[in-house]
Design a protein around this ligand. Structure first.
Ligand code: HEC
Length: 153
């Protein structure tokens, strides 16, 4: 028969465990995040795997490729990726544990693993705004940008 001490310990463990689920402070980000790139062009995730996973997990609240349900409280991925604060490091933290980033948010912790997050960051990068026209190389002869040069017939 278990001693009262064992019973108390089990109860304490159960209470601590349930706190860990509810309190973002007990759900720290993986240390590997600190070593991941914050450069959109250096991402190592597999965007296609991220896309498949996103279409399994996110469609309840975000539309992806015309499928799913767009919650009025949730941004479209285009809107989210156009935010000035959006970078890979922020996105990892968000996908890891939304309530830890924004207290009271309706987006739940979906228990994504770090590699799933990396794939999803690569997928979401596709929704970033197109570069502004001043990023287009300037023609050294005409001093016009590529986008303004009329197409040859
Ligand atoms: C239960 C609904 C729900 C699900 C499921 C959900 N989201 Fe969200 N998502 C939201 C809401 C609501 C917001 C707006 C958050 C806020 O501002 O409080 C949001 C915001 C976001 C943002 C923008 C965050 C920011 O700070 O700008 C991204 C990116 C995002 N979601 C991606 C995803 C991805 C990827 C999935 C699937 C893995 C997903 N969401 C699943 C509801 C959801």
């Amino acid at each position: 028969m278990p001693s009262p001490f064992t019973g108390g310990l089990l109860l304490l463990t159960a209470v601590l465990f349930s706190c860990g689920q509810a309190n973002p402070a007990h759900h720290p980000a993986p240390e590997s995040f600190a070593r991941m790139t914050n450069d959109w062009d250096q991402l190592t995730g597999d965007a296609e795997l991220g896309r498949v996973r996103a279409r399994q997990l996110c469609l309840g609240c975000h539309v992806i490729e015309d499928v799913g349900n767009q919650l009025s409280d949730a941004p479209t991925f285009e809107q989210a990726m156009a935010e000035a604060y959006m970078d890979p490091a922020y996105l990892r933290m968000w996908l890891w544990n939304p309530p830890a980033v924004k207290v009271g948010t309706l987006m739940p912790d979906l228990s994504l693993k770090p590699d799933e997050i990396e794939n999803m960051v690569a997928f979401l990068a596709r929704y970033r705004p197109q570069p502004a026209s001043n990023d287009v190389p300037v023609d050294p002869e005409t001093h016009e940008t590529g986008s303004e040069t009329p197409a040859r017939q």
